[in-house]
Design a binder for this molecule. Structure first.
Ligand code: DHB
Ligand code: FE
Length: 280
């Protein structure tokens, strides 16, 4: 039976990818961040799944505002790193798992989650930076990837509760796959940040840490937050945190917290990462 046994939440700040790509991770600004990631990377070295579902958002790179879906699954064989304006990141091409991806599409739609399906999809920093955070700069990524893109860009975004319920349905979908695979799920984005406007640079450690605590102890509390709560407390782009609810919904009610890290600033954001393991 295919098992989903662990989840990670991580911010996907593009500057982290640029620091890796330009080999400046030991400069004073970046050193404490990458030092904090040492145990995260050690965990990933020991826990490489066959497939990881990366719940991420596209930043108006491959999707445009005149055509947008709430939830999109990537069913391609390969996904290219996207050109976000200065050439694609120099990272390996991402290998998909079409068979499992199509099974997820079928299972989710028959379970009342009407996914959009992407037969080709260039993936931006929202997906490639978490891979670099976990695996650094390998010649090839050690795991296959199924991209699950969530609309956090264009109103109306899916609710935090809907995201959690999608995670629950994903768990069921994964665990009904006929093959014997190990699957992990990552939620990306956040934590508190706002990149433009009057409140550009806003961060909120209290809100972020409560969100992280809730992920472990009371995940439903994070589903009761509204979009306005996220935007007011965590800045406009803090709404990316709803994608962590998809990850959390796919795990057991009780989880083991294997790792947590929180650091300000990374770019204009509060960086956060957590690894949660199912106990069953
Ligand atoms: C930045 C961009 C992001 O998409 C994000 O989630 C955090 C930070 C940035 O440009 O710094
Ligand atoms: Fe983002």
């Amino acid at each position: 039976m295919t098992r989903l046994s662990a989840g990670m939440g991580t911010s996907h700040v593009p500057g982290l990818g640029a620091a890796i790509d330009n080999s400046i991770t030991d400069e004073p600004y970046w050193q404490p961040v990458f030092e904090g990631l040492v145990p995260l990377r050690a965990w990933h070295e020991k826990n490489v799944p066959d497939v990881v579902i990366i719940v991420y958002n596209d930043h108006a790179t491959s999707f445009s505002l005149d055509r947008y879906a709430s939830f999109t699954l990537g069913v391609a064989e390969w996904f290219q790193p996207a050109d976000e304006g200065w050439g694609p990141r120099p990272v390996p091409v991402i290998e998909g798992h079409p068979k499992l991806a199509w099974h997820l599409v079928e299972s989710l739609i028959l379970n009342e989650f009407d996914m959009a399906v992407a037969g080709s999809l260039d993936v931006d920093h929202g997906l490639t930076v978490p891979l670099s955070i976990a695996y650094d700069q390998p010649k090839a990524w050690p795991t296959k990837v199924i991209p699950l893109c969530v609309n956090v860009i264009q109103y109306p975004q899916p609710t935090p509760l809907r995201c959690y319920k999608l995670g629950q349905a994903l768990r069921e979908a994964v665990e009904s796959f006929e093959q014997d695979l190990s699957v992990a799920i990552w939620g990306t984005g956040g934590l508190s940040h706002q990149l433009g406007g009057e409140r550009a640079g806003v961060v909120n450690p209290e809100f972020d840490n409560r969100f992280l605590d809730n992920l472990v102890q009371d995940p439903l509390a994070n589903t009761r937050l509204t979009h306005t709560d996220f935007i007011r407390e965590a800045g406009c782009e803090g709404i990316e945190m709803i994608m962590w609810n998809v990850m959390r919904g796919a795990l057991d009610e009780k989880v083991n917290e294997a790792y947590r890290f929180y650091h300000i600033p990374v770019s204009a954001t509060a960086y956060g990462a957590i690894i949660l393991e199912n106990e069953t």
